[in-house]
Design a protein around this ligand. Structure first.
Ligand code: ZN
Length: 311
């Protein structure tokens, strides 16, 4: 009986404590962001001074997002809206307008070195990415960790402007987190440059890794015979195997192939390693493999290195 009692007692303490800290909590800066990666950046910089609402949650697709009426209401009450920009989440601008949003809209990617969609993946430019982002600019700029540092600087600046009293905290958090991003960038660079250049080549159904490819000198080739959504046919898989062999790609990441027999066939006939999941546009749930940006990039790096390491 002791444990439950102590538990109850500590709950009472927690409740009393909550009463005391309530005024500070109520004054938290309300921030709405379009997708989970931006939500993580805002939390890293804002800490407890911000209350972040992410519209497109973990494992959800920002491209196919349909805002709910509750999203419009929450956004209308926010002081700050943080969008990616580059055509990735234009819907948030429309949502802000219709919700009567009067705060500041921050474009987190402002000032990054952009990349054209045609430069994505196959550097010979033989195909175009099939993301319908418009404008021809690849929006997935956060996949280059140097760009992520620019996102964080933009977010920190916006938080300081919206809540000057929190400036010292925001600046200190941004500096600490930027240090972690710099370490991550160096870690990715070191791990991938250990691989021979000819081996830094994967076939992947993602077209979201253009910035990663440019930053870390690795090629992502779009698969043939396999579309993004449907489970491929045996014929499609045969075509894919021919491509892997012709390109001499050591690894393939095709997440929509769920059939283990097809995976085994790709592996045994092409000789390529079949990697797991790479995260691009959304974090995983808190208990998943990529609950925050640092974990997501490390997870992707690990999958790539495992798949590309010498056989
Ligand atoms: Zn995308």
């Amino acid at each position: 009986m002791r444990l439950p009692f102590r538990h109850a007692a500590s709950s009472v303490c927690a409740a009393l404590l909550a009463l005391f800290v309530a005024p500070a909590a109520a004054a938290a800066l309300d921030v709405t962001t379009s997708f989970s990666i931006l939500g993580d950046f805002v939390r890293q910089v804002g800490g407890e001074r911000v209350a972040v609402r992410v519209l497109v949650g973990p494992n959800e697709d920002a491209h196919a997002f349909q805002p709910r009426p509750s999203d419009a209401r929450a956004l209308g009450n926010s002081k700050l809206v943080v969008a990616n920009g580059l055509g990735f989440d234009d819907w948030i601008v429309r949502l802000a307008r219709s919700a009567g949003f009067r705060g500041t809209l921050v474009v987190a990617s402002a000032g990054v070195r952009t990349l054209k969609m045609t430069q994505v993946g196959d550097r010979d430019g033989k195909h175009e990415g099939d993301h319908d982002h418009g404008g021809g600019i690849d929006p997935h700029a956060w996949q280059d960790v140097v760009n992520a540092q620019r996102y964080v600087a933009n977010i920190a600046e916006a938080l300081v402007a919206a809540d000057p009293e929190g400036a010292p905290l925001y600046r200190a958090n941004a500096e600490r987190y930027t240090g972690k991003l710099q370490a991550l960038d160096a870690e990715i660079r070191a791990a991938l440059t250990r691989l021979p250049p000819a081996q830094r080549k994967v076939v992947s159904s993602h077209d979201a890794f253009g910035y990663f490819a440019r930053a870390y000198d690795i090629r992502f080739l779009a698969p043939v015979g396999v579309s993004n959504n449907a489970e491929p046919t045996a014929q499609g898989v045969a075509q894919l195997i021919r491509q892997i062999k012709a390109e001499r790609a050591p690894a393939v990441f095709i997440e929509n192939v769920a059939d283990p027999r097809l995976i085994e066939r790709i592996r045994s006939e092409s000789g390529a390693r079949v990697g797991g999941t790479l995260y691009s546009d959304a974090l995983s749930a808190a208990d998943g493999a990529a609950p925050d940006y640092l974990a997501m990039m490390r997870h992707n790096l690990q999958r790539l290195v495992e798949a590309l390491a010498a056989r």
